[in-house]
Structure formats: C-alpha cells, structure tokens
Design a binder for this molecule. Structure first.
Ligand SMILES: Nc1ncnc2c1ncn2[C@@H]1O[C@H](COP(=O)(O)OP(=O)(O)O)[C@@H](O)[C@H]1O
Ligand SMILES: CC(C)(COP(=O)(O)O)[C@@H](O)C(=O)NCCC(=O)O
Length: 610
C-alpha cells in the first residue's frame, strides 16, 4: 500500500502502453498547448493564446537529456469560487463525474480522455491521499491518454510555501517533500506569470536522478498516474519503461531536434524580443540585441531601427522601451517565494536595452540557418524552413565534456563551480600559443601570437604540468576555451559548407539578457511549446543553441536565446555568416579566442538550463 492507502499493484494494474515515437497519441489526441503558425511579424507579441484551453491542472512536459532533465509545467490561474464548483473542462464533454472523499473531482471526457480536477481550496495533501486513483487508472489508461498534469500545489508545498491550508503536521510528509523534492531541483528559473492565464514553471535536475524523481512523483502523486507526459530528449526513449514501472506514467515521446527547431521557429515568430544578434567587430563591443524582423515587415519602423545605429542608439532604445507597458517585466514574488516574472504584452516588441546592448537593423531573411545545440554533446542542424531541417553534423566535445573534464581535473563538484573557476583562470598557463612557438605572430598565415596553437600543449612539460595541477582555475579556463574553440571551428566549417559564404564570422553569443536569471521565452518541451528552454529551456531544449545563417543568407541570423537555455541563464551561441570580410584565418581565430578571452562571455556561453 502506498501512502494514499491505494495499493500500488491496484493502481498499476493497467497494461503498459507501447512506445509511441511520433507526435500524435494513439487515439489521435494531441496535447492542448500547440503552436499555430503565425506570419512573421515583429509587431506581434508573444502568442499567449497558445495557453488557451489548458486544463485546470498544470500541463507538464520534460526534456530528458544526457545530463539534465528539464521540467516545465504550466499552472493555470486559480479559478474563482464560482468556476471552482464547475470543474474546468478542457475539451470534450463531461460524461461522468465522481467526487471522491477529498472533494477531488474526476471526469471522463467524451473523447475518452480522462480528466481530473483537483479541488484547489487547500487541504491539498488530504486530496492527494484520498484521490481516486483507481478511477485514474481506469480512466487514464485502456489505450487512452491525457495530457500529463502535475499537481503544482504539491510542488509548491514541497517548496516550502503552502497555498491554502497547510496539511496537518505529521500526516503527510511535507518535511519529506521539502527535503527531497526541493533537493532534487538543481536550479530553477523564476516562474513566469501570464496574467489571467497562469504561471509557467521551469525546473531541472540531473538525469542521473531520474529514478529518484519518479519515486517521488509516485509517492506524492505529483503527477496523476496513467497520464501521458510529453517528453523529449534521449531519456524519453531510454526511460520509457521506467516511467511506467516506477511511477505509472506514460511518456509521449517527441523528437528533441524537431522540437528544438520548432521552438526556435516559435521564438522567431512570436517573441522577437528573444532573438539576438552578435555585432560584427570586436566581441568586446558589447552585446547586441535586436529583435529579428522579416523583410516584409521591416519597413514601418526601419527608421526607428536605423536611428538606433551609431551614437544615441542606446538612448533611442531606451526611449523606445518607455513606450512599452511593462515590457520590462514586473518582478514580483510568487506564492512559493520565488521571483515571479510577469510577462506583459508589449505594444512594441523592442525590449529595453541594458548598458551594453544595442539594437540593430533587422531586415533579414532567416532561412536557411544553422542551429548548434550545445547540450551534453553538440548537434548542428541546417534549417531550411520551419518544417525542413537536417542534422548536418555534431561533435562529442560539448557541454558535458566541459563539466566532466573540469570535474575530473579540478575536483569541482558542480557546473557553477566549474564556471566560477574558469572565470578566474588564465588559459595561457596551460595552452601553447602561436607566440610560444613562433616568438610572435605567424604573420604569413594570419595567426596572431595569442592564438592557441595547442590546447593544453604546455602541460607536456612535467614542471608546468605539476604547476597546473595546483591551479584549477587555469585548467578550467583552458578546458572551456578548448571546447568552445572546437565548437566554433566546427560550426564555422559547417556554416561554410552550407552557406558557401566566402567569409564567415563565427560569433559566440551568449546569454543576451545578461544573466539576470530571467527565463527564456519559448520553452519547447515535449514538442509542445508552452511559453518561454530548455533553455534550457526550455526550451526546454538544449543547453546552448547556436544559430548561423547558411547558404546565401548574407546577414546574420538571429540568436535565439533565453537567458537559460533553461538554468537561470540559458545561453545561446551564434555563428553567423555575417558581413565579415576578414581573411578566413583571422575569422577562424578571432571569435574563438574572443570567446575564451572574455570570461564572462565564456561563462555565459555555458550557462545553460535552469
Ligand atoms: N546546473 C547545471 N548542472 C549541470 N550542467 C549544467 C548546468 N547548467 C548548465 N549546464 C551545462 O549544460 C549541459 C547540459 O546541457 P543540456 O542541453 O541540458 O544537455 P542534455 O539535454 O544532453 O542534458 C551540461 O553538460 C553543462 O555543460
Ligand atoms: C546524441 C545527441 C543528439 C544528444 O543530444 P543532447 O542530449 O546532448 O542534447 C548529442 O549529444 C550529439 O549530437 N552528440 C554528438 C554526436 C556526434 O559526434 O555527432
């Protein structure tokens, strides 16, 4: 028997569904949060309508990657007392209603999608304990699926803030929840409040703890059993059986790279303020942020944009930002005490700029472009249209290479620690530079003395190796530089192969929002875009995503980022076949060295998911 008094065998006495490797459920049912294609229009605000029709329980999606498991859930606004008595139905017609001892209501919807609405008046854990799980099993299975829902009250309670009445002490394991669920989350974005709609939450934990997550999920009924949860990433396939065996949950698998491309497309079309561009010229010139604009929609405020070039653009950008009503989002506190971001619909998508940001003209054609998704490993995709892309390459030297190598060499215990080490490091103590070999620039080949000739090359000397082992910060910095250089080089080659561009400026672009911990917009989890990842974030998609325009798209592609690629600050990198005209050799080394030379940038570069 579990803590709810329902026998586990009883609740799991349903047949395990088959893995469904497609975007449509067996019965043709699709999750309600879906993205309509909209014409590219920079004036169009974020399409909040995607959330219309969400159930009265939170919608729940996951990206189960090789390293991090990103979780996004949407908690609809609480219904008023009136609404509360009439359970919110999402789709279909109520054909059966059952009210359990707890007041939890269960419905079977005409289209056979089982639905359940929990009372939200408090006494949450009582409800969980008494909820009619047998009914859940009956309604939720037998070949039917419903959108995965998570009881966010429970999560919130577990986070230490009860909404409504606290459960009676000792009755249920609030302390257990606090000490376990809380600890599970590795990090978290501030929730995003969509006024009148609800709140989006972004969490993540280490994929290696997936079984722990599943046990907690089951023990505390965080997600109703028998539900299908939209999930992407390799883990959605690998752990398909474990989800069912441990937690009684069905995963509806969505391809991660398809989801990623879809998410980027969503951002570009619906959240221009989430598209960024790296300026040509020195990486030290500061971050450049410009909402991407399609050519057909660029005329109206081109002047507006062009006046933002050169001196005074910052002023103009700030002036523009004054026109927004709450575009610089109101930051408040959510019930669970986390910083809450209220996302208002801007009158004008131009965001307020921070000190280093400038706004560029954005009359560009987006396609084709490259996406470089830096997760555990790195995938490079060529995107030709919203519906057409191919994986053109990748590299095994990715985000987890940085983390794994740094941990092994320095003994650090977390990603944050690794980055903090790198911030303080000097990679020239570790790397062999062109200058170490040539005594200066290798002018004929366009190689500057400061270009890394051989990563970790100095450690061939035993004395230097011994010294290096005592300076973990130098090691961390050299690892970061090596990996980002490598990614940049490979990206440039792919961009060149795809773009046939004579000159290329791979530009690593990270965390355009400046690490303020605000979440990304356009989270794409379980193939369903629910708002702001994965990074990471929903995006929850990959850690850092790199975009570069491919063939024939002369101008830089937008950088699509959330600050998190789902962590407090998901970061994105961009390699753009822009208007650079440097010799290839220079183009090759400059931006790569630049990334590593600018530790904050490098840090942001790898600041991924929640
Ligand atoms: N808090 C964190 N813990 C671990 N890795 C993190 C964290 N924040 C960012 N990262 C970086 O993100 C990478 C994982 O990126 P992600 O896109 O989630 O990959 P995957 O989907 O394969 O798990 C890690 O290898 C690491 O470099
Ligand atoms: C296998 C993956 C698609 C998984 O994605 P991830 O979880 O790393 O985001 C990715 O790690 C990858 O593309 N690795 C590089 C494989 C290669 O050498 O091309």
């Amino acid at each position: 028997m579990n803590k709810t008094g329902v026998s586990q065998t009883e609740t799991l006495s349903v047949s395990k569904p088959d893995f469904i490797p497609c975007n449509t459920l067996k019965n043709g049912f699709t999750t309600p949060i879906s993205v309509e294609r909209h014409p590219l229009n920079p004036e169009e605000p974020i399409e909040f309508d995607i959330l219309v029709g969400a159930s009265s329980l939170a919608c729940f999606g996951m990206d189960i990657g090789g390293t991090l498991c990103k979780v996004v859930y949407f908690e609809p606004a609480r219904p008023s007392e009136d609404e509360h008595s009439e359970a919110t139905l999402w789709k279909g017609k109520k054909t059966h209603k059952k009210i359990g001892a707890s007041g939890a209501e269960s419905f079977t919807i005409q289209n056979d999608v089982y639905f359940e609405t929990m009372s939200r008046s408090g006494k949450l854990l009582d409800q969980l304990r008494n909820s009619d799980q047998q009914s859940t099993a009956e309604g939720g299975m037998h070949g039917n699926y419903s959108l995965g829902c998570i009881n966010t009250d429970c999560i919130r309670t577990s986070l230490g803030v009860a909404n409504g009445e606290l459960p009676k002490e000792g009755e249920h394991s609030i302390s257990y929840l606090e000490s376990n669920v809380c600890k599970l989350w590795l990090s978290s974005h501030a929730p995003v409040d969509l006024p009148g709609r609800g709140t989006l939450h972004f969490k993540c934990f280490e994929t290696s703890r997936i079984e722990e997550f599943l046990r907690l999920t089951r023990e505390h009924s965080l997600v109703s059993q028998g539900r299908a949860i939209g999930a992407t990433g390799g883990g959605a396939r690998k752990f398909f059986d474990r989800f069912f065996d441990i937690a009684g949950l069905c995963l509806q698998h969505y391809d991660e790279l398809k989801s990623l491309v879809r998410g980027i497309d969503f951002l570009v079309r619906n959240a221009q303020q989430e598209s960024f561009e790296r300026p040509t010229g020195s990486y030290k010139a500061g971050r450049i942020q410009r909402p991407w604009k399609s050519p057909e929609n660029s005329s109206d405020d081109d002047d507006n944009y062009s006046c933002l070039r050169g001196k005074g653009r910052q002023h103009a950008a700030n002036e523009n930002s004054m026109k927004l009503h709450s575009t610089e989002d109101a930051i408040g506190k959510s019930d669970d005490g986390e910083k809450l971001r209220t996302t208002a619909v801007p009158e004008n998508p131009i965001p307020k700029m921070d000190g280093n940001s400038v706004l560029l003209d954005g009359s560009r054609n987006l396609y084709p472009y490259l996406v470089v998704n830096i997760g555990s490993g790195v995938s490079i995709l060529r995107v030709d249209s919203p519906d057409k892309f191919q994986r053109v390459g990748g590299t095994s030297l990715g985000g987890s290479t940085f983390l794994g190598l740094t941990s092994a060499l320095t003994g650090c215990n977390s990603f944050e620690e690794a980055l903090n080490l790198a911030v303080r490091g000097d990679s020239t103590q570790i790397d062999m530079l062109v200058g170490d070999i040539y005594g200066g620039d290798y002018v004929e080949m366009g190689l500057a003395a400061t270009t890394v000739a051989s990563s970790f090359g100095k450690l061939v000397e035993p004395a230097k190796r011994d010294a290096a082992m005592k300076t973990p910060e130098h090691l961390a910095k050299a690892i970061l530089l090596m990996i980002t250089n490598n990614i940049g080089s490979i990206v440039m080659l792919h961009a060149r192969a795809s773009a046939l561009s004579p000159a290329l400026s791979p530009t690593i672009f990270a965390n355009p929002r400046g690490g303020d911990g605000r979440p990304d917009c356009g989270i794409n989890s379980g193939g369903q875009i629910v708002g702001e990842t994965f990074s990471d974030g929903a995006g929850l998609t990959g850690g850092s995503d790199v975009c570069a325009p491919a063939a024939g798209s002369a101008p830089p592609a937008p950088l699509l980022g959330d600050g998190d690629g789902s962590t407090g600050k998901r970061s994105y990198a961009a390699a753009s076949a822009s208007s650079f005209s440097e010799p290839l050799s220079a183009a090759k080394s400059a931006p790569l060295v630049a990334l590593g030379d600018s530790v904050p940038d490098a840090k942001e570069f790898f600041s991924l998911r929640v």
